[in-house]
Write a new protein. Structure first.
Length: 371
């Protein structure tokens, strides 16, 4: 009869058990350090160790963390975002947590009208990959009515739109930048105020900054729904619809069709009438890449572009007319055409053939029309 006895562990089995226990302890420790954001700890961009901190916010303030097609709970969680499905189609089901984005690790103010900050990306999953890990913010109060700030890659040069009319900060601006701009460090955000009454006009703390090689996103809360501009499109009315409306901005040779299709011009500028007083401000993003702009009921605006940098100009005025004047001081004024150029104009979408073009010329010549 075989005897029943205690199992004898071999030395190999003991070593394997010890290694398993050690690896388990190390993995648990890394998870805790990554979740708590311990500095100096390198965390893998995966949902195994990342726990999204989902904010309690109104539906109108959700910023879409899955702007591309095919949003699902699995896809949303893989991006480290918050999933809360609704019976509404317009409101994002997948939205950003508070522990995405960047943190500021140094701020410098070389003088009263300039501000410089360095920031690093928080350990979190990526939306589309190739995120820039280190960014620089440079802001300057160029005049008493114009704030300029840009966010760019700290290590590598990226394309910036050249412009002959845009000048750098003057030697003696009339107001300190601290009266208009405030930085939030963790996570990074900007708050722009009107210096006279401290009213918040442009607040990017509502959602994290996303800055990847081919995908850049910035959202900002606005003071009112009175938003005008953005183009070029066929707008059915001047006042914009802020019910989750997205406008593409990417020039293409298309005839005006009355829908949301983008047309000939690339014009990422809007004006916001703050309240019934008439005080207004304008926001201009100097970026020539394909982009889209979403307006939502917070009210808020979200920019998404596929390249370049974030190069913003914010202009202030007591009336919409003064904002437009400030904007033209920035970009240059339109040219007044010569009197003789305002005569008969002939144009069509498609002449079809060279023969038809020649026939058109001869018809004009036959009745003595200049051509």
């Amino acid at each position: 009869r075989a005897k029943m006895g205690k199992k004898q562990w071999s030395s190999l089995e003991i070593i394997l058990v010890v290694l398993f226990l050690l690896m388990t302890i190390v993995a648990i420790t890394m998870i805790v350090l990554c979740v708590t954001g311990e500095p100096g700890v390198i965390c893998d961009d995966s949902t195994d160790v990342f726990v999204p901190q989902c904010p309690t916010i109104s539906l109108a303030e959700r910023v879409d963390c899955y702007p591309d097609a095919g949003a699902s709970m699995l896809g949303c969680e893989q991006r480290g975002c918050c999933w809360a499905p609704l019976d509404e189609r317009n409101v994002p089901w997948c939205f950003f947590p508070t522990n995405h984005g960047y943190t500021v690790h140094s701020v410098q103010s070389p003088n009263s009208y300039e501000l410089h900050a360095e920031m690093k990306r928080m350990a979190s999953p990526s939306l589309f990959g190739a995120d820039i890990q280190e960014l620089t913010l440079h802001a300057e109060m160029q005049t008493s009515n114009r704030l300029h700030f840009k966010i760019y890659d700290s290590k590598s040069k990226r394309f910036e739109v050249p412009h002959e009319h845009i000048q750098t900060v003057k030697s003696n601006p009339t107001s300190p930048i601290g009266d208009t701009l405030e930085i939030t460090n963790n996570p990074f955000g900007l708050t722009v105020r009107r210096k006279e009454n401290k009213k918040v006009l442009f607040d990017t703390t509502m959602a994290p900054l996303v800055f990847a090689d081919q995908y850049i996103q910035l959202s900002a809360r606005l003071p009112s729904h009175n938003i005008y501009g953005l183009g070029e499109h066929v707008h059915q009315r001047y006042l914009h619809d802020t019910n989750w409306r997205t406008w593409p901005i990417f020039t293409r040779d298309a005839f005006p069709n009355g829908g949301t299709h983008n047309l000939y011009g690339h014009y990422p500028f809007f004006l916001c009438l703050e309240d019934e007083s008439g005080k207004s401000f304008g926001v201009f993003l100097l970026n020539s890449n394909a982009m889209e702009v979403t307006l939502q009921p917070a009210p808020a605006v979200t920019y998404r572009t596929i390249g370049g940098i974030l190069d913003f100009y914010i202009v202030f005025g007591d009336t919409p007319e003064l904002v437009v004047q400030e904007f033209l001081e920035l970009i240059g004024r339109p040219v007044i055409p010569t009197y003789w150029s305002l005569g008969f104009q002939l144009s069509r979408w498609n002449y079809g053939s060279l023969t038809e073009v020649k026939a058109t010329v001869e018809r004009n010549r036959a009745v003595d029309l200049p051509y």
